[in-house]
Design a protein around this ligand. Structure first.
Ligand SMILES: [Zn+2]
Length: 452
């Protein structure tokens, strides 16, 4: 209601970022939103249309029910965007620092212990060769071998994967690749709107932004694992996969005091080998919804920063996602990121306001653990209720990876687009974090905002 009221006032505003934002948002919708409440601003927008933007109206058909009055204008969310000021939080990261992070070595005492931990579970890790870099074209035999259930080439999933929310019109909100400089901007908006999300965090960034991770956790968001250095997991050895997941798990535990039991593979790159290792380490894989080769619930927001997608592309993807969401019997999970200012700007300025304005039916927007109808405490090993939420392999030593037809789809769609009471766990930060910083320092050569 707030946003509709705000939009109604927009024509009275002489100028300013909010008006520009609404103009940009509406001019692309002028053909489709004639009967929508926001159309009042559509007519106002006409006076502000620029010739360049007017061309877009013939290209895009997305229609937003609402946008944030303080949204960054669409014309400013692109690869050439000027750097915005961020909301400061204490951080060990240095703005402007660029470097790389490396995959952890596998011969440390910590990784050796985690390798033994995996072996001790008795879970059989399928013998599947590590893939070459380059995805499906570079690994044609593996791509054709459906028995490996390699998601990247065909979208294969298993019953042990979380791929959607069970209840229709429920959105399991996820953001990947943080914490970042821009995460606080997102957290502020989520807090204002009283929305909770799942954050799939990169371990090397957890030790750069520990306060941001603590803010996520203490605000009641779900924290989950997204590897240490964001590799294609199927290209790694078993030991390297264990190191990637293990160090991230440890960094999170050291910062917020609890250990996540969900993970998302970077790029969705998972096969039965990666699945088995993840499950043996106590982490359930969480994907994003995919209902056909051409209907994957990926906003494509990551590509604005690189200039390979426009924000209009992203909003068109979002519209396609909404259309597909209405077609399936379940809820859905969407891929978005909190790494770049552009991804946060489009989320807080457009996608989330549009989703919040969605009526008849309303969307239920909540973390993945909540959309699975489980308490937030079940998202962490230390606070999980094993009697009501048994780990996926508690029944037997052998992991079950038997069902889920390759490329199985729930419906068809048209998208073309390619993460309570837990406060009681407390924060045990300084000593443990110092330890992980010291240990991890050997394979963190700097702070990077350039990685995926
Ligand atoms: Zn990622």
């Amino acid at each position: 209601m707030f946003f509709r009221r705000a939009l109604a006032f927009l024509p009275l505003i002489a100028a300013g970022p909010a008006l520009v934002a609404a103009h940009d948002a509406r001019q692309e919708t002028s053909s489709a939103a004639a009967s929508a409440p926001a159309s009042a601003s559509g007519s106002a927008a006409a006076s502000g249309i620029t010739s360049g933007a007017a061309t877009l109206a013939t290209t895009y058909t997305f229609s937003l029910l609402s946008s944030n009055p303080t949204a960054i204008p669409l014309s400013s969310i692109n690869a050439a965007a000027a750097t915005e000021s961020t909301i400061p939080l204490p951080s060990t990261a240095t703005p402007g620092a660029t470097a790389t992070f490396l995959s952890p070595p596998t011969d440390s005492d910590e990784v050796k212990a985690w390798i033994q931990e995996v072996a001790d579970t008795g879970i059989e890790i399928p013998f599947i060769n590590a893939n070459m870099e380059g995805g499906c074209p570079s690994n044609l035999d593996a791509a054709k071998n459906e028995s490996n259930c390699w998601w990247t080439c065909g979208g294969c999933t298993r019953d042990t994967d979380v791929v959607s929310c069970p209840d229709k019109y429920t959105w399991g909100l996820t953001y990947d690749d943080g914490p970042s400089y821009y995460t606080p901007n997102l957290l502020k908006y989520l807090d204002e709107q009283q929305i909770k999300s799942t954050f799939f965090v990169v371990g090397s960034r957890v030790i750069s932004f520990p306060a941001t991770l603590q803010e996520e956790y203490m605000s009641g968001h779900q924290v989950a694992v997204h590897t240490w250095s964001h590799p294609y997991l199927t290209t790694l050895t078993n030991e390297e996969i264990i190191a990637e997941l293990g160090w991230t798990r440890k960094a999170i535990k050291d910062v917020i005091g609890v250990t996540p039991n969900m993970m998302r593979p970077p790029y969705g790159d998972i096969d039965d080998r990666v699945r088995a290792i993840s499950i043996a380490m106590g982490m359930t894989p969480v994907m994003w919804t995919r209902i056909s080769e051409y209907a994957t619930f990926d906003t494509g927001d990551f590509d604005i920063h690189a200039g390979t997608s426009t924000v209009q592309d992203v909003l068109q993807n979002w519209q396609n996602i909404l259309g597909n969401a209405s077609e399936i019997d379940t809820g859905f999970i969407v891929l978005e990121h909190d790494l770049f200012q552009q991804t946060v700007d489009v989320a807080t300025g457009y996608i989330l306001p549009d989703a919040l304005a969605h009526k008849n039916p309303d969307f239920t927007i909540e973390p993945v653990i909540s959309c699975l109808n489980k308490p937030l405490s079940d998202a962490y090993i230390e606070t999980n209720d094993n009697s009501s939420n048994p780990p996926v392999v508690s029944e037997s030593a052998a992991v079950t990876l038997s069902s889920g037809a390759p490329g199985s789809a729930q419906a068809t769609g048209g998208s073309e687009s390619d993460g309570d009471d837990n406060g009681a766990a407390g924060l045990r930060t300084s000593v443990a974090l110092t330890a992980v910083l010291a240990i991890a320092g050997g394979f963190v050569t700097g702070l990077s905002m350039l990685g995926l």
